[in-house]
Design a protein around this ligand. Structure first.
Ligand code: M6R
Length: 606
């Protein structure tokens, strides 16, 4: 989604803005722009396309020279990607950049047209610039307070006023925004990595708060215009974590970071060989109260929930419903007191997941967030919180975040099963030991480099393929399929292997490859029969299986094996070849692996 940056200080503002925006490229965007105070006047430069296009344009016009300004990468919502729709947008006195969606923009636009305004873009953002200008009578904060009272929807805004040279204003509601503090300089940014090159200290702006940044620091006001003191936070990520460190792509680096990410996530939650989630607000007493569990999330995080469902139901015998957040929030779900709603989110800012969390709380359910981004909205609003410690995930395609999400789902499943006494302590300790051993197994898989490039080479010219599996292998297939389609742009679907005969097998031919996942010994024979059925109909079959399962050679064309671990934990190891197949398919097709077309890392609008 869109990225916002802003700077006030002694450095070249254009340099800082362009550098900071480059750190937000991973969020996904289709145009970019900056506004800089140059000789006391606001100068705007913007362009459709990548930051490199904006830089090229400025090479011709001359880079704006100044020490304060705002910048933006836009992911189009209202109006196509174009120069004129790119941010910043201006009103008579105001220029601004915006993340989010203004839902009532049409009504406001009509009002402003009746007031004599003319619009140059199709965006909702230009409406905000003109509305703030409308309310501006000399005091920027008053104008921001008055205008934002009229806005419905989500927004984070970076604003400059033509009368307030070298001052940057910011305000947010729903969409996140931070204020970075350096020595004699300050920043705004929609995400921490944008400013890590300059400072690790920042304030997290709360909804309705307004920041005023000048060369002497930043002041923050509440929406009654009262100056407030805020806690200065320090990012625990360093720049290295947000750099490629020799890997060709962030995605590949993040796949290799998985063993460490699992250890960092699970080890603090294990004591005396058993899970211990008390620090996260989760006790046996609480767990005993829940009759039903909902897992609500989007995309990959939702797939982690599907793995969680299989494991919690199998181990703890508690019914679990997994919901896509955008469906859950509008389907009037039967959720309420006595239920546990688990929201899984890497960014902690996904609009639908946040709305699902709020709805669940309103209806009296207890909520538990499993979140990677510290201090994010979902993390702050949930009743209980388990942070995953994956560090910054930059590639749009989620890999290490998924891995730690499922690691946490295992801890939780073990804990619920122990609380309900469905398993005893000895079994709990055995399972924890197995879980602790997984990072080394993944490390071994990565060191031995399974030939996933060969598998990828078999897929690059196909238009469509299927992933099949049963049980946990089906849960894993969902993630394998999403990973492939989002970065390779090849259509793929995941299917429960036993469901194929009910319609989908008619698609099978020699131009429809199948990736079959077989890691569950008790289901292997059944899945192998299904594999033989697709093979008999011409499909090229890539088999991903654990090394304790024997599959007849005639059932597949190419086999990738992973070392067997406890069958419940197999998704953690077997996902690695699936991630690598997706990665290499994207590389071989010459795609932008880390920033796939049309996608955004953090989906902060519905
Ligand atoms: O930040 P979140 O975990 O809430 O994001 C949810 C999905 O948008 C995300 O998992 C998406 O599906 C991934 N980019 C897929 O790799």
């Amino acid at each position: 989604m869109c990225g916002i940056v802003g700077y006030v200080g002694k450095r070249s503002c254009t340099d800082v803005l362009m550098n900071a925006l480059s750190k937000l490229e991973y969020r996904g965007y289709d145009s970019a722009g900056i506004a800089v105070f140059e000789n006391g006047k606001i100068r705007v430069e913007k362009s459709k396309g990548r930051l490199a296009d904006l830089a090229d344009k400025m090479e011709k016009t001359g880079r704006p020279e100044g020490h304060a300004g705002i910048g933006h990468t836009r992911w189009a919502t209202h109006g196509e990607p174009s120069d004129k729709n790119s941010h910043p947008h201006s009103g008579a006195d105001v220029t601004l950049v915006h993340n989010g969606i203004i839902e009532n923009y049409k009504k406001l636009r009509e009002f402003l047209i009746n007031q004599g305004n003319t619009f140059t873009s199709e965006t909702d953002t230009e409406v905000v610039a003109k509305l703030i200008s409308y309310y501006y009578k000399g005091d920027p904060v008053e104008a921001i307070i008055a205008a934002t009272k009229e806005l419905q929807g989500s927004y984070a805004l970076g604003i400059v006023f033509k009368d307030y040279v070298d001052t940057v204003f910011a305000v947010r509601c729903e969409s996140p925004l931070i204020v970075g503090i350096g020595k004699d300089e300050s920043y705004i940014a929609s995400d921490v990595p944008a400013i890590l090159n300059y400072t690790k200290d920042y304030y997290l702006l709360e909804p309705g708060e307004i920041a005023v940044l000048n060369p002497y620091g930043a002041k923050i006001y509440d929406h009654h215009y009262q100056c407030i003191e805020k806690e200065l936070k320090t990012a625990d990520w360093d720049m290295d974590a947000a750099e490629k460190q020799g890997y060709e792509h962030f995605m590949l680096k993040e796949i290799h970071e998985q063993p460490t990410a699992i250890k960092t996530t699970i080890m603090p939650r294990i004591s005396d060989g058993l899970p211990n989630l008390e620090e996260c607000g989760i006790t046996y007493d609480k767990l005993l109260r829940y009759n039903k569990v909902f897992v609500v999330a989007c995309g990959t995080a939702m797939h982690a929930g599907v793995v969680g469902k299989y494991v919690i139901e199998k181990l703890a015998r508690v019914p679990v419903t997994v919901d896509i957040a955008s469906e859950f929030r509008y389907r009037d779900p039967l959720v309420g007191e006595g239920d546990l709603v688990i929201i899984i989110s890497q960014s902690g800012e996904t609009a639908d997941s946040l709305a699902a969390l709020r709805l669940s709380k309103d209806r009296g359910a207890d909520t538990l967030a499993i979140v990677n981004a510290k201090g994010s909205s979902i993390a702050r609003e949930a009743d209980m919180l388990i942070y995953t410690h994956a560090g910054p995930e930059i590639a749009v395609a989620s890999t290490k975040a998924y891995m730690v999400q499922i690691a946490v789902m295992y801890l939780l499943a073990f804990e619920i099963a122990l609380a309900k006494k469905v398993i005893d302590e000895d079994e709990g300790k055995r399972l924890i030991k197995e879980l602790e051993a997984v990072p080394d197994v993944i490390q071994k898989i990565l060191e031995e480099k399974p030939d996933t490039q060969f598998a990828a080479s078999k897929l690059i010219n196909t238009d469509s393929l299927l992933y099949i599996g049963r049980g946990l292998d089906y849960a894993l297939s969902m993630e394998g399929s999403l990973k492939l389609k989002e970065i390779s742009y090849i259509h793929s679907e995941s299917y429960a292997a036993g469901e194929l005969k009910h319609g989908t097998i008619s698609l099978i031919s020699d131009s429809m490859p199948v990736i079959a996942v077989v890691t569950q010994p008790d289901l292997a024979l059944k899945t192998v029969s299904n594999i033989k059925e697709v093979k008999a109909r011409g499909a090229y079959v890539i088999l991903v299986c654990s090394d304790n399962i024997q599959v007849d050679e005639e059932a597949y064309d190419y086999k990738l094996t992973v070392p067997a671990v406890d069958s419940l934990l197999m998704p953690m190891t077997a996902v690695v070849p699936l991630q690598l197949i997706a990665y290499y398919t994207s590389v071989l097709r010459g795609n932008d692996v880390d920033k796939p077309r049309n996608l955004a890392k953090s989906v902060t609008v519905e």
